[in-house]
Design a protein. Sequence first.
Length: 519
Amino acid sequence: MLNQPTELQVAVCLQIQIFRKTMKFNCIVLFVVLAAAAVAEQAYPARLCVSHKPIRPLSRTALPGFSTAFSQNGLDYFRGVGLQLLSEKLNHLKVPDITGVAKVWPAKFNYNVSSIHLEDVDLSSSTIEIVPGVGLSITVTKGSTKGDFNWHWQQQGIIHPHGTGTANLTVALSANMKFTFAAVNDHLQLDAVDPTVTIDTLQVHVNSKNSWFYNFLIEVLTPVLKNNIANQLNKAIQTTIESKLNELLLSVPIRQTIRSPLIFDIGLLRDPQFSADSFRLYESGESYDSSNVTECPDQVCVQRVLPDTTTQRMAQVYVSDYVANSMGYAAYLSGMIAAQVTPDMVPSTSPFKLDTGSLKAVLPPLYEKYPNSPVILNISASRPPAVTFNSTGVTVTVFLKIDFYVETSSGRVYALSVQGDISGPATVLTNNSIVYPKLGKFLPQDWVVLESSMGDINIAKLTGAIKFIVSYAVNTLNIKYASGVSLPTVDGLEFVNPTLNLSEGFLSLEVDFVFHPSS
């Protein structure tokens, strides 16, 4: 009906934005955990997340507003993508120079191996397993790398024969990496528990004159080379994961601005849970006005116990109606559920005009006192909106107060105030990566006249007009979202065939992924 968003539009749009932020955050978390620093450095510059501490109830245990579970299937997919990017991060790895003394009967040789470079690290042949109660274990069964180095030798003694050259090496390796996870300052942090890289075979080839002798000498050095390369890979993996990755995870902004000044808290409430078939994160889902931080009362924001059941889909998100009601309460406190509606905001196609002539049938005293005069409506929330999830859909109730003003030749004058609520159902359908929200029949209920400068008002007639206006607004909103809302992607990450299910007090989204690497 109106060009400016109605309170109902604001409420619905905020819930859509919450859901998009929730899915995007959890995919980013999983992606950076398995892809290490290779992608995350570009997505989030390394700086600590600076925000005030989240509001958490002191008198009770805070339950998560939403939780996200990644199944074995989801982990298997990200394992391949993540290790590929970790391999790229380890490419061009430099191994410290090696010096020592070797004995090749009957002589001793001083040796120096320098400028050791590794490239084309391949960790693709691997498996990932959930370790119940602990974390994740990634095993590389047939890894490989190759490289080159410079070498120099000199015989000890009175005469000092020596030699210098280059060599190529080929490495077959295996590795095991175990990770434990914890919620630290509301962010996900992890530890790499003694990553072990084993050099299964190492082949070195020297191209030069007398290569038979040099290859023989290198053979003596092979155990030293294997040990040094394995140690360097261990250190590189540990450093990349624990140092760089944890710093990046701390930089993920867990206080998301949905619409200023509203803040959506997606921080972790507790350590992740690892069961036999899933890896689950527990997030706050609380919202607040950043300029008036206030805890949502229990009777407005009822906390729900979310289920821990899992699916064979790659990921599953449970969202309780606590998330929606907390956002509604914060929007109410901030004054966002308010608008001033003037005649020029009503589209020319609308059958309803905002003047005393159009309101003559429902507000005769207003027309009699101010004939053919423009009307201004100040609309505000009289209390926080209420959202309930159930198996048949979503019920939304918005509680409003409307103040009527009339524009006269001598200025704007107050006419009357009414108060009541508008309530109705909403459904959400999905098709691939598109979400289609739709509002049902919303009806005004319990409307009363709070104050009037014109004597008695027939509230029944006015309620009928409000019903007509709400119906027009709902139809306009449904047309606006008829094409759906796209679920977000994360650096080439596409959601495939999402399935949305509603239950008493919560909804769940099950989804698969496809990753499209940038060229």
